[in-house]
Ligand binder design. Structure first.
Ligand code: PA5
Length: 436
């Protein structure tokens, strides 16, 4: 079985997952399980019920790219910035990509500010952002009815005219669609068959990024390349399937804590996107048995968390799988020589900060392998939209496939929906008990 793959824009090595202590034994029914899971996923995609996989190559995606480009160009010519409001899958993807491509947002040019975790401080920051520039507002909610998003929008709405407003929501349903239809707000649609946490490559992610002049068509190009690569493998040799399968096997054998650890602060929010994708898709009751299943994904950041968590990873109880993520960077600053003598540390001068981080991740992985802790590694060839498009598509496909292995519906979120309903009821009829 192959365990190292060179895929479009990235390399994946899961071999340490199969070598670690007691290692994983490849179950004899692995090929049939993988084939069954892969076929089930592809059948859902082909039936039209599940849209994320075919999206990058669809005519609807090409049309969305045109719409996004046109509207973003027009807004960039009219406004100095945009306030984006959204949460969960309507925030984590675009915010992660924004952090990666823009690094530190410049004070010049078109600025985008997010309201996501709706609280008094976030609202005050948004007001401050809006007070210093002429802004459009983009309200993003697949359902069109998420309470926090609507609360922020209700509060801030008086600062905008109808022509300043863009809504990104379901094509037909929900309160935001109703409002945009009746009040003539501009709108973009999220395909009905692509759910929140799988929507980063739809207008949900494309529009906020296009506003910041990011080459969003390259994200789609990368995703499409990844699709073609994945479709060229048989199910039992498919890297997305084997990645999902090896993590699944570790989970059910007791290593259920799934750390995802990028080594670059720009990738920190990408780890948060990863956590939502794997947690909300898989932490559920099995369809047939109602048994509670699912991994426990956690975000970490190298090298900071080496100085916080590594001791636990290495010598604590064996409950974790650690996934490393690094990215090659052509223009990383050289550490260089200091303006004092430090002969014992002269080796530092030869390296860039990118090399320092990659070597640190390799050192950490080696030490975990020595301690027989299960690990794996993604290496991105750079931090361009094309590469991130490929990576996102890979993760979404692997996660969808994992849903078949866990025998859950990876594409719903009944646990979240119930609390949304309870909150609506409480807001309608109650005062918080701590205030009574
Ligand atoms: O993945 C999901 O469906 C959720 O995390 C949603 O993205 C989140 O609850 C926000 O929902 P909405 O986009 O409908 O406002």
């Amino acid at each position: 079985m192959n365990t190292v793959w060179k895929l479009p824009q990235l390399k994946l090595d899961v071999s340490p997952l199969w070598r670690s202590s007691g290692g994983l034994q490849l179950p004899s029914d692995a090929p049939s399980k993988l084939t069954e899971a892969w076929n089930a996923l592809i059948t859902k995609c082909k039936s039209g019920n599940l849209g994320f996989f075919d999206w990058p190559d669809s005519s609807e995606c090409a049309h969305t790219l045109e719409q996004v480009h046109k509207l973003a160009t027009s807004l960039r010519g009219t406004y100095e910035g945009a306030l984006c409001i959204g949460i969960g899958g309507s925030y984590l993807g675009p915010a992660a990509l924004q952090d990666i491509f823009l690094g530190t947002p410049s004070k010049e040019g078109f600025a985008v500010h997010w309201v996501s975790n709706v609280d008094s401080a976030a609202i005050k920051k948004a007001e401050h952002f809006l007070s210093s520039r002429k802004c459009a507002v983009v309200i993003i909610s697949k359902s069109g009815g998420t309470t926090e998003t609507l609360a922020a929008w209700f509060y801030l709405s008086h600062l905008f005219r109808n022509e300043d407003i863009v809504v990104i929501t379901d094509p037909r349903e929900g309160e935001l669609r109703r409002l945009s239809n009746s009040l003539g707000w501009k709108s973009l649609s999220v395909p009905s068959n692509i759910g929140g946490r799988f929507s980063v490559l739809t207008s949900v992610g494309l529009f906020p990024l296009a506003l910041q002049n990011i080459a969003v068509h390259e994200l789609i190009q990368g995703a499409s390349l990844m699709n073609k690569a994945l479709m060229s493998f048989t199910a039992d040799e498919n890297p997305a399937a084997l990645y999902a399968y090896s993590k699944y096997l570790w989970d059910i054998s007791g290593c259920s804590i799934d750390y995802f650890m990028p080594y670059d602060s720009r990738l920190k929010s990408l780890a948060e996107w990863y956590v939502q994708l794997w947690a909300e898709s898989l932490g559920k009751k099995q369809i047939t048995t109602q048994k509670a299943v699912g991994p426990n994904p956690v975000a970490a950041l190298g090298t900071s968390d080496q100085h916080s968590l590594l001791q636990l990873f290495k010598e604590g109880p064996r409950k974790r799988v650690i996934g490393f993520l690094t990215a090659l960077e052509a223009d990383s600053p050289q550490i260089g020589k200091p303006n004092f003598d430090s002969p014992q540390y002269s080796f530092l001068s030869r390296h860039t900060f990118n090399q320092l981080n990659i070597l640190a991740s390799e050192a950490t992985q080696e030490s975990l392998i020595n301690a027989e802790v299960p690990t794996y590694r993604f290496e991105l060839s750079d931090l361009t939209p094309k590469t991130l498009g490929a990576f996102l598509q890979f993760q979404e496909t692997a996660c969808g496939l994992a849903g078949e292995l866990y025998q859950v519906n990876a594409f719903d979120q009944p646990g979240v929906e119930e609390s949304k309903k309870i909150l609506r009821r409480k807001l309608d009829s109650e005062t918080p008990s701590s205030m009574l």
